[in-house]
Design a binder for this molecule. Sequence first.
Ligand code: ATP
Length: 367
Amino acid sequence: MDQIVLSHVTKTFTTKTLGTVTAVNDFNLTIKEGECFSFLGPSGCGKTTTLRMIAGFEDLSQGEIHLCGKPVSIKSKNLYVPPEDRGLGMVFQSFAVWPHMNIFENVAFPLRVRKVPKAEMTERVKMALKHTSLDGMEKVYPGNLSGGQQQRIALARAIVTNPKVMLLDEPLSNLDPKLRETMRFEIKELQKKFNFTIIFVTHDQSEAMALSDRMMVMDMGNIVQIGTPTELYNRPVNRFVHKFLGQSTFTDVILQDGKAYARGDMEQPLPVALPENGEREMVMATRPNQIDMNRTEGYKTKVEKRIFLTNYTEYLVRVGDQLLQVQTPHRNAFAQGETCYLKFPGIMWYGKEDEAAEAERNRRQLV
Ligand code: ATP
């Protein structure tokens, strides 16, 4: 079943300093029941605004949102269902745990608001604490607890209402790396047990990849690409997504007479399949660990620099007038100055990057 449906959702803000900014531009999006779906993108791309509109904290400038088959926001009809009636659980980066209430009271709060009878409330709080490894801590005040424990309280408070949809806004970014991994796993376990749909907001691509069934990469208020983590990693639609989802190596290439030449070397063609409908100047994209560096065949060149890193060896290799970053396992390492050959399996071709887009991205991140 389609559980969260956004149709032509747009949000603009007008401020004195920036003028009018389209934070979310004509979003059409369908998230299925039980999916873990991530919103991924740099600061200012519109992730939180989209989430806040789904939660009901932010009005829409245009469009409609349906949750579990029911309309919750329809701008043209002035229809608006308040957050507490949308059947959602929410966890934020800041934990939003109340220090003056003990753990029981923190978790029970949404049930008190809904006037759930006392016996049922106690039962449900106990269950939520058990599933977040907080049982026995009902009377403890959260003030002195670790970030991980506070985030568990926030999770318990979110699951206690038995929500169909869980909205998680950067819930792990205030935790240290080890704890993040543990909590990631615990969130997935909770999802299996309670079978809710997750929208996960993050600017951390590895977190999104580890958690998501599908993810949406956003840029400056636009949806750029939606797909599974492997689809997005292996077939990014543009340079922005390529760069955002992992280390990238871009080479400026000139296409001439059915061959591809690295800029600065019109003598030796690159051993690559040409793009369909390519322009004369294109960008060849790959990842440093996907380049095949060997001693027998391919584009002949030289190692300019070699660096030993913990898990691999990294090289800078000259290709035309550019230096390419290449990573290989430590075995059969090449020496600095040694001749080598490069092959480029699984490359992507892109047009030249739009510099105006980069400037706008920077402007949005500054505010
Ligand atoms: P971050 O990762 O930094 O939280 P984000 O991707 O969640 O960023 P949003 O917070 O949704 O981005 O912001 C999108 C754009 O809308 C930004 O340009 C931001 O400045 C603008 N914006 C968001 N909220 C408001 C507001 N209340 N008033 C004016 N502009 C706003």
